[in-house]
Design a protein around this ligand. Sequence first.
Ligand SMILES: [Zn+2]
Ligand SMILES: [Zn+2]
Length: 310
Amino acid sequence: MSFFNWLANGLGTLLGVVAEAVTTVVETVRTAYDNYVGRGGAAKQAVLDQSRSQQERLREVNDEIMHLRNRSMSRGGLSDQDRRRWHQLREERDELLGTLNQAKEVKAAEKIIESEAVLEKVEVDLETSHVLQYNAFADTLGKRCQCGRPMKLQWRRELNVAGPKDFYWGCTGWYVQTANGKACTRTEPLQRSDYGLMTDTSAPEFSVTAEEFGVILEDPGTERIIATRVNDLRSDLAGKRKGVELATCPVHGEHMVLRKKSNPTGLLDAYFLACPRWQPNEQGCPFIEKLKSGSQLAALLKSETGRGIL
Ligand SMILES: [Zn+2]
Ligand SMILES: [Zn+2]
């Protein structure tokens, strides 16, 4: 069961709220949340603690799956016992991903209820496409592909300033390698309702248009300041051996790690998020997220440090 009637994300944004008023939407979320808590569901600190221990278990499960995969490759197959273990681990991982996903919905609901006073509706158009891009970057909760995997908001990555029509839903099965290639390559166009967001618009980035935002980022002084802040965040996270809060790998469920390219051509080429199971030269998990827009850097900094880039 989904917590919401709408799609949501960890930034406290709802998607697909075209017709409804903010108060009605928040009231609906509050009712679902209160029911959940009334039934004894974990909330606030308890849900954070629960997620933390499940994340730890998930890492162990992923380690063991990797270990069995390496064994299978070096020996050309698995024993019956190993194969049974492998199935058990896959099932446990699916279960963990399910409960971690539920926890994300609880946290998203709390964020929406807390920020009621600053929530506004945004109809995404040419001037506000960066608001969609800002939100496209976090895990979307509630959007499923026909194959059952989560779908992610994507856009044509070669564009610096993406317009509303450049966005689409992509199945995360695209990142799952099977013997026959990618597990699922399904994409879907956005529905008209997907362009109706309800989000905290108090971020200064949203007071300018998508194009103005692009121009601001080209200023060398601004570029230097942002680079310094992202570098600081990166060393801070690395020191704590932590990933970022707002994005997880759809396959492994672990929080993505902020990484820097060795020879970037500029700020929007320098950073990417990678699954902790990622390795250079196409080894390991292929799920990476290039941070090629100011909106993504702003969302990342806001989510991790409490302050965006303007
Ligand atoms: Zn799919
Ligand atoms: Zn992964």
